[in-house]
Ligand binder design. Structure first.
Ligand SMILES: Nc1ncnc2c1ncn2[C@@H]1O[C@H](COP(=O)(O)OP(=O)(O)OP(=O)(O)O)[C@@H](O)[C@H]1O
Length: 713
C-alpha cells in the first residue's frame, strides 16, 4: 500500500476501494445487459421482416441483422475484464476506461473505449508528465466481480486529501501472471512508449524496433485494433493483413485480436501467404539466404522461359499427303520469339501457337500442297486434329509455378539458369534443395519463389468477370433468394475476399528482421494500396545474406510512403537474470548494441548443464520434468532445427504444457520456462549466435540450457 497514510488497515482500505469500483462495474454490466437485449431484439426484428418487402429493402435489413449480430457478438466477447481502468483528473472528473465504449440511457459515457482519444492519458500519463491525471487506477476483475486494484499516484500535489492509493502499480502485477498457450492482450497495462507507437498516424509506414520482450508484437496487434477503431470503414473494408514468421507463431498470436473484439484481420505466416500453400519446412540458413536473394528472380525468369523437360523435340504432321515438319531448332526459335524477355509465358501462349500455325502454313505453301485451302481454313483443320492439339499441349502447356520450380531439382537445369547470376559455390549449395518439393511440399523460402514465378509467368486469361453484386445471379435476373442466402452474401460482402486478395488497407509485418528480399516482394505485391506497420529487431535476425540487399528490398516494398519510427526500451518478458545471459551472448558479436532493460527479477539464475551424448536424452527429459514441477504455465523445449524429431522423442508423453519448437520456430514465442538443448550447435556462425539470442530470450521465469559442449557461453 502506498501514498497517503490512513488510520484504517491496508486491507480495509483496499476492500472499501474495491466496493467503490464494484458499484460502477455493476452499473456497467446492468447497462450491458440492456444493450445486449436491444441488439438481440434488432436481430430478431430483422429476421421477422426478412420475409416481406422488396429485394433492396431485404438486403438492407439483412445488413441490419448482420450488424446487430456483430454488436451482440462484440458485447459477448468483451465481457471479461470489460472495465479495467479509472482516471481521476485534476478537473475532478473521473473516466472509466475499458475494452469498449458504453454509454448510459442519457448518452453519458459509463466506459470510454481504450482506443478513444480520451483514453490516451490512461497510457501516457507519467509522474513527470501527468497530463492532468492525478491518480491512475487499474481495476482487476473476474467476470463481473472486482478482485483487485493497483494505483499509480501521478500528481500528488493535486490529490484531494481523501484520495486513496492502493497496490504496487499495475504493470508488475500483470507481468507476474503465468503464460498461457496463446498470447494475452495487454490492453490494461500498455506503457507510454508503446501507446505512442499504437496510436501512430494511420497513413505511411510505422516502424517499431526494440529488443526481445519489449512488446513489439503486442504493439503491432493493438495497433491493428486501434486502426480498426479509428477508421473502421477503411480498415475493415480494405482489410488488415498480419504477417508472422511461422505457423506456430501465428497460432500463438491468433487470440489477441479476438480478445480485443476484433476478428476481421487476416493472419498469415510467410509460408501460407500464397493461396494453396502452407509451408512449414525450413531450409538450412545458407540455402535460405540464396533462395531469399533478389538474384533468384533472374534465375526463375530464365526457368520460366525454358523449354519443357521431355517435351516434343519436333513436330511432324502429315497434311494432305505432305509431311510438314518443325525441328527442335525451329521450335526453339518460335518459343523465343513468342516469349521475349519480360513476356509472361502463360499469357503469350496464344502467340506461340499463332507462330506455329504461321510456320506450318509457310511450309505448306512452299511444298505446294495440293488443294491447299485459305489460311483460316487450314488453321481450323489443324486445330481439329487430335495429334496437333496434343502436340501443342505438350510443347507449351499451361504452367503452374510449382511445375517450373520443380525443374530446379535437375542439376543441369539449375546450373543453366543460375550460371552468371549465382556463384559456383552458391549453385552447389542450392543443389538438392528442391528435391523434396514433390514428396514434402515447398519450404517457407520456396513459397516466395512460387509467388515470383506466378508473377513472371502470369495466368491464363480468366473467363468473363462475375458480377460484383452477390445477389445478382445472372444478367437480367434478380433471383429470388432465401433469407439464408442473402445473410451469407451480406456477410461475404463484408468479410470474405477473393483467395489471392491483394488490396489490403494495412499490412502488419511482425518479426520483420527475418523477411528475406524475395519475401518482401511477395508481401509487397499484396500491399500496393496499404499503409504499413513493421516491427522487428535486427539483432534477432537469422538472415545470413546481404543486409544491404535486404534493406533495398524492404525499401522497394514500402515505396516512398512517409515513415515514422518508434523504439521500445523495456523488456517485459524475461526476468533480469535470464536476459543477462541472452545479453552476454549477443554482446559477443554486437558489443555496442543498445539493449532493453528487464524490469522484473525472480532471484533465480539460469542453469547450464553439461553432459555426455549418451546421457543427454535422459537429462533433457529430467530437466523438463523439473520445470513442470516449478512453473505453472508453458515449458518450451527448444533445439537446433535438424534435431527436432529426435528431441521431441525424448520428451514424448509429457503434459501438453510442454511444447517442442526449433530455435527458428521459437521466434516471437514466449514460455514460462525454457529448456534449451545443445546451444553450441545453434551458435555455429553469426546468424546462429543471433538465433541463440532469440532462443535464450523466450522464458519469463526459468531458463535451463543443456548440451554436450560448454563452449557457447
Ligand atoms: N505493457 C505491457 N504490459 C504487460 N505485459 C506486457 C506489456 N508489454 C509487453 N508485455 C508482455 O511482454 C511479453 C513480450 O511481448 P512481445 O512478445 O510483444 O514482445 P516482442 O518485442 O515482440 O518480443 P520478441 O522480439 O522477443 O519476440 C508478452 O508476454 C507481453 O504480453
Amino acid at each position: 500500500m502506498r501514498g497517503r497514510t490512513t488510520d484504517l488497515s491496508d486491507a480495509t482500505v483496499l476492500q472499501q476501494e474495491i466496493a467503490v469500483e464494484q458499484e460502477h462495474v455493476d452499473r456497467v454490466y446492468a447497462r450491458l445487459d440492456e444493450l445486449r437485449r436491444d441488439a438481440s431484439r434488432a436481430e430478431k426484428e430483422g429476421y421477422r421482416l426478412a420475409g416481406v418487402g422488396t429485394f433492396g429493402a431485404l438486403v438492407e435489413r439483412d445488413a441490419m441483422v448482420f450488424h446487430a449480430a456483430r454488436r451482440r457478438h462484440a458485447l459477448d466477447t468483451e465481457y471479461e475484464g470489460l472495465v479495467f481502468g479509472r482516471l481521476d483528473l485534476k478537473t475532478e472528473a473521473t473516466h472509466y476506461v475499458g475494452r469498449m465504449g458504453i454509454r448510459d440511457e442519457d448518452s453519458k459515457p459509463l466506459v470510454v473505449d481504450w482506443r478513444a482519444p480520451a483514453a490516451a492519458a490512461f497510457y501516457r500519463a507519467t509522474p513527470a508528465d501527468p497530463l492532468g491525471v492525478v491518480r491512475r487506477r487499474m481495476i482487476q476483475s473476474s467476470r463481473e466481480r472486482v478482485t483487485g486494484i493497483e494505483d499509480d499516484l501521478l500528481d500528488p500535489d493535486a490529490a484531494p486529501a481523501d484520495m486513496r492509493v492502493v497496490g504496487d502499480g499495475a504493470l508488475l502485477a500483470s507481468l507476474a501472471k503465468a503464460t498461457g498457450r496463446g498470447m494475452r492482450d495487454i490492453v490494461a497495462t500498455i506503457q507510454r512508449e508503446q501507446d505512442e507507437a499504437i496510436r501512430s498516424p494511420a497513413s505511411g509506414v510505422t516502424i517499431v524496433t526494440g529488443g526481445p520482450g519489449t512488446g513489439k508484437t503486442a504493439v503491432a496487434l493493438h495497433r491493428a485494433a486501434y486502426l480498426l477503431y479509428s477508421d473502421r470503414s477503411r480498415f475493415a473494408g480494405g482489410g488488415i493483413l498480419v504477417v508472422g514468421p511461422s505457423g506456430v507463431f501465428v497460432e500463438y498470436i491468433a487470440t489477441v485480436l479476438p480478445s480485443l473484439g476484433e476478428e476481421t484481420a487476416t493472419l498469415r505466416s510467410l509460408g501460407s501467404l500464397v493461396p494453396g500453400y502452407d509451408a512449414t519446412r525450413v531450409d538450412a540458413g545458407d540455402v535460405a539466404a540464396i533462395k531469399g536473394s533478389l538474384r533468384m528472380r533472374r534465375v526463375l525468369e530464365r526457368a520460366s522461359h525454358d523449354a519443357v523437360p521431355n517435351g516434343p523435340s519436333e513436330l511432324r504432321l502429315l497434311y494432305r499427303g505432305t509431311l510438314l515438319r518443325l525441328d527442335s531448332a525451329a521450335l526453339d526459335k518460335i518459343r523465343r520469339q513468342a516469349l521475349p524477355r519480360g513476356a509472361r509465358r502463360n499469357e503469350v501462349r496464344g502467340h506461340g501457337f499463332d507462330r506455329v500455325f504461321d510456320a506450318l502454313w509457310a511450309q505448306a505453301r512452299d511444298h505446294k500442297v495440293t488443294g491447299l485451302p485459305e489460311k483460316r481454313e487450314f488453321e481450323a483443320e489443324l486445330a481439329d486434329r487430335n495429334d496437333f492439339r496434343e502436340f501443342l499441349k505438350a510443347w507449351w502447356p499451361r504452367f503452374t509455378p510449382m511445375r517450373v520450380l520443380r525443374w530446379l531439382a535437375d542439376p543441369g537445369r539449375l546450373r543453366a539458369y543460375a550460371t552468371g547470376v549465382l556463384s559456383r559455390d552458391e549453385i552447389a549449395t542450392l543443389q538438392g534443395s528442391f528435391d523434396a518439393l514433390d514428396a514434402e511440399g515447398p519450404t517457407i523460402a520456396d513459397v516466395a519463389l512460387l509467388d515470383e514465378l506466378d508473377e513472371l509467368m502470369g495466368r491464363p486469361r480468366k473467363p468473363a468477370k462475375k458480377s460484383k453484386n452477390p445477389f445478382h445471379v445472372r444478367d437480367g435476373i434478380q433471383e429470388v433468394s432465401t433469407y439464408a442466402d442473402r445473410q451469407a452474401a451480406a456477410r461475404a460482402q463484408q468479410v470474405q475476399r477473393e483467395e489471392d486478395y491483394r488490396e489490403y488497407a494495412h499490412i502488419v509485418v511482425d518479426e520483420s528482421q527475418d523477411v528475406s528480399p524475395m519475401q518482401w516482394r511477395m508481401i509487397g505485391r499484396r500491399g500496393s494500396y496499404a499503409s504499413w506497420t513493421i516491427v522487428g529487431d535486427p539483432a534477432q535476425t537469422a538472415w545470413s545474406g546481404d543486409p544491404e540487399e535486404l534493406d533495398r528490398a524492404r525499401d522497394r516494398a514500402l515505396g516512398s510512403r512517409k515513415r515514422a519510427s518508434y523504439a521500445l526500451t523495456t523488456n517485459y518478458r524475461n526476468s533480469s537474470e535470464i536476459f543477462a545471459v541472452a545479453a552476454s551472448v549477443i554482446r559477443k558479436i554486437m558489443p555496442d548494441l543498445p539493449l532493453p532493460s528487464a524490469v522484473r527479477s525472480t532471484g533465480v539464475d539460469p542453469a547450464d548443464v553439461v553432459t555426455t551424448v549418451t546421457a543427454l536424452p535422459e537429462a533433457v527429459r529430467e530437466l523438463t520434468e523439473k520445470q513442470l514441477a516449478e512453473v505453472d504455465g508453458t515449458i518450451g523445449v527448444i533445439m537446433p532445427v535438424p534435431r527436432r524429431d529426435e528431441v521431441a522423442g525424448w520428451v514424448a508423453g509429457l503434459p501438453e504444457r510442454v511444447q517442442v519448437v526449433t530455435a527458428l520456430e521459437a521466434k516471437g514465442m514466449e514460455y514460462d520456462a525454457v529448456v534449451l538443448v545443445e546451444p553450441a550447435q545453434i551458435a555455429v556462425d553469426r546468424a546462429g549466435i543471433r538465433t541463440l539470442y532469440v532462443a535464450l530470450s523466450r522464458a519469463t521465469q526459468r531458463l535451463t540450457t543443456v548440451g554436450t559442449n560448454p563452449g557457447w557461453l
